[in-house]
Design a protein around this ligand. Sequence first.
Ligand code: IPM
Ligand code: MG
Length: 368
Amino acid sequence: MANPSLLILAGDGIGPEVMDEVKKVISWMGSARGIHFDVSEDLVGGCAYDAHGTPLTDATMAKAQEVDAVLLGAVGGPKYDKLDFSVKPERGLLRLRKEMDLFSNLRPAQCFDALADFSSLKRDVVAGLDIMIVRELTSGVYFGEPRGIFKEGNERVGINTQRYTESEIARVAKSAFELARRRNNKVCSMEKANVMESGILWRDVVTEVHQRDYQDVELSHMYADAGAMQLTRWPKQFDVIVTDNLFGDLLSDLAAMLTGSLGMLPSASLGAPMANGRPKAMYEPVHGSAPDIAGQGKANPIACILSFAMALRYSFDMGDEAARVEKAVEKVLADGLRTADLLGPEGGSPIGTAAMGDAIIAALNETL
Ligand code: IPM
Ligand code: MG
């Protein structure tokens, strides 16, 4: 059988630096575990715009559709702020999500014990935290029509449309229930049914799917604003949270910070199964391109490395190998190794991106 294929789109800012460390882990899987991948690389975001005048070429889009999984670094930077909206780096990312139809975005927020004191919340609130946000990723206000900036009388009006169909809600709800069954069997659905019709429909459809096929899973509903409050008050009440594209964007950043650093959080974006049974998939760290520290070798590669671990688990059914990578990360943190973003107010001496990658490889070797 052919090796599984990966397309690496490292992107902008710290994307290429953190992705270099992922490449070390990919080669380690080959040399130490005999798990080989066919890896190709291409451009996305600002760097693609610089090279081709578009943040994602049709050729790159076509490659992304063919591979087993896409690994993405980060896109964007101040250099591109003034570009027309249609060619902004972020449009490349959104096109990938939309055209690959990656409707289910899994964003785990897990607090590593070694970092529990680093959260802005008290240790007992976050220690041992393990929740999963399932964010709808291909619809809602990010994509709804009409949208644009229009003239109305003598002033301009900016318009975006929150739009969800029943089937869009049902499929992401189903993925959340499925996931919950493999975890602690609880789903909390978040919307604003008190003020938005799309929220009323969301709540209805999630309830229907639950009634029909998932009565064994515990389901609750919360308004998204109350959900944000509950996430900071007592996050351990949650197991899986399912929510729309925009609320998911906000709540996942909030949940990420509970764990200490945005530099720790991976994500998986999954679509329907392909002919080979694997889901369409893209894996990316939740953090952005961090232009302020790009090119300095300071960035934390852990979120990107853990995103590859998610690829092992969700695309390639290699949960044991994924756990091995996660263990290695836990080990280096327990050993006190820290990139700059993981230093508390008391300071300490940080290690760089490459040193963190090397330490993770050393810890991987110890798992053999
Ligand atoms: C994310 C990011 C993206 C989003 C941006 C970069 C388009 O914030 O993945 O959370 O808003 O979805
Ligand atoms: Mg975001």
